[in-house]
Ligand binder design. Structure first.
Ligand code: PLP
Length: 410
């Protein structure tokens, strides 16, 4: 019989969300009259902006007429969207990005997961701990990890760099060799963000050691602090060592509509077996055009609308609403003596569980005593133990209600 990819056998079950669902279902079954408030969700809840809907509507009508109908488009994305991205996300911040460095896709999950295909199977991968699991699992599938150590909650052959309150959520440079480092800022799950100085340390390290940074900026639009860079290319030298992933998902409510993009600078080179330089931009173009047939025209028109004056304002208002919820959560926690992090440049609030409770014990307490559902930090990695994630994606009313319930906890 044919053989399967044995690397998949090393993957761990998606324990976190299935275990949450299981505990919530059990509790609900035993307590059908209790109304739960979910502050664990990582999905947006507010609708698409009116400007986006208008653009989608107009594009849909174009599809109804043979004269304006659109078939296959360029795999890298239509020029109207890439030009809007170049202007709105980069030129206006003083960053020069060429159109052919922008690759539009249907999501940052796919892009952050697929990019490792361009790299040799034996590159050493580094991640921060806790971590967005896609970075780890896609490298496990590709055979870059060893076995999973259940006690340590880590794969061998992957370098985990803790980001906790002890280091102010700033990952230290790796001790041993790391060829590819995934950085996510503002971070999921910690909600914290690296400032320019902190990110510069990583860019300098990558240029000095010849490493690649895969920089995930999925939560860029939530940045409020002035010294937090919106793009890694605000840091000098980043174009020769970093790829940047951006998504319209959290930016503009596209989690169900699907649109994202990746920047692969033309100054970025890896090395082949003979030591010759190879352009990652050329490789990603080849991969993208071979394996992907583009985001739908209708959706790209919708995405481009967030760069219009109306669209920009509407998207900002939505983000502001989420950030207000984050502020409500943070001040509510402070009032009851719970320390929290993040939530200022991010929709995620990362709290320290009180009295040294484990993440799962705190989950159970919140579920049973406050009927609030959050996400245990240990589910994102061993360094997340003793932390807990609450998200700002519920309504203001529910967020306030949840915080009131927390205040009544004993
Ligand atoms: N990157 C991070 C850090 C995320 O948290 C998420 C979604 O939760 C994604 C990427 C996925 O983005 P997309 O919806 O564009 O696939």
């Amino acid at each position: 019989m044919f053989k399967v990819n044995q690397n998949f056998a090393r993957l761990q079950g998606s324990y976190l969300f299935s275990e949450i669902a299981h505990r919530v279902a059990e509790y609900t079954k035993a307590n059908p009259d209790k109304e739960l408030i979910r502050l664990g969700i990582g999905d947006v809840t507010r609708p698409l902006a009116p400007a986006v809907l208008q653009a989608i509507d107009a594009a849909t009508r174009e599809m109804a007429d043979a004269k304006t109908f659109m078939g296959y488009g360029p795999e890298q994305g239509y020029e109207f969207l890439r030009a809007a991205i170049r202007q709105g996300d980069y030129a206006e911040r003083g960053i020069d990005i060429d159109l052919d460095e922008i690759f539009v896709s249907d999501g940052s999950k796919c892009d952050t997961g697929n990019f490792q295909e361009l790299l040799s199977p034996d590159v050493r991968v580094g991640v921060t701990d806790p971590v967005y699991p896609v970075y780890v699992d896609t490298n496990v599938m590709a055979g870059r990890s060893g076995e999973f150590d259940t006690a340590a909650s880590k794969f061998s052959n992957i370098t985990y760099i803790p980001t906790t309150a002890d280091n102010n959520f700033v990952p230290a440079l790796p001790q041993g060799k790391v060829d590819v480092m995934y950085l996510c800022s503002p971070n999921n799950p910690t909600g914290t963000a690296l400032n320019k100085q902190q990110l510069k340390v990583w860019v300098d390290w990558a240029n000095e050691t010849g490493a690649l940074i895969l920089f995930d900026g999925a939560y860029e639009r939530f940045i409020t602090d002035r010294d937090v860079p919106h793009s890694i290319y605000e840091i000098e030298g980043a174009k020769s060592c970093a790829v940047e992933f951006r998504s319209f998902s959290k930016t503009a409510g596209f989690t169900g509509t699907r649109c994202a993009y990746t920047i692969v600078p033309k100054e970025l080179f890896g090395e082949d077996e003979s030591g010759s330089k190879v352009s990652l931009n050329a490789m990603w173009l080849r991969r993208h055009t071979t394996k992907f047939n583009g985001v739908s025209y209708i959706v790209q028109r919708g995405a481009a609308a967030i760069y219009t004056a109306d669209g920009k304002k509407q998207v900002e208002d939505t983000i502001k609403g989420y950030l207000e919820n984050a502020a409500i959560i943070k001040s509510g926690l402070a009032e009851i003596g719970i320390t929290s992090y993040g939530g200022v440049n991010s929709p995620y609030v990362w709290l320290k569980t009180p009295d040294g409770m484990t993440s799962w014990d705190f989950f159970d307490k919140l579920l049973r005593e406050a009927n609030v559902v959050g996400t245990p930090g240990s589910g994102f990695g061993s360094a997340g133990e003793g932390y807990f994630r609450l998200t700002a994606f519920n309504t203001k009313e529910n967020t306030e209600k949840a915080i009131q319930r927390l205040a009544n906890l004993k």
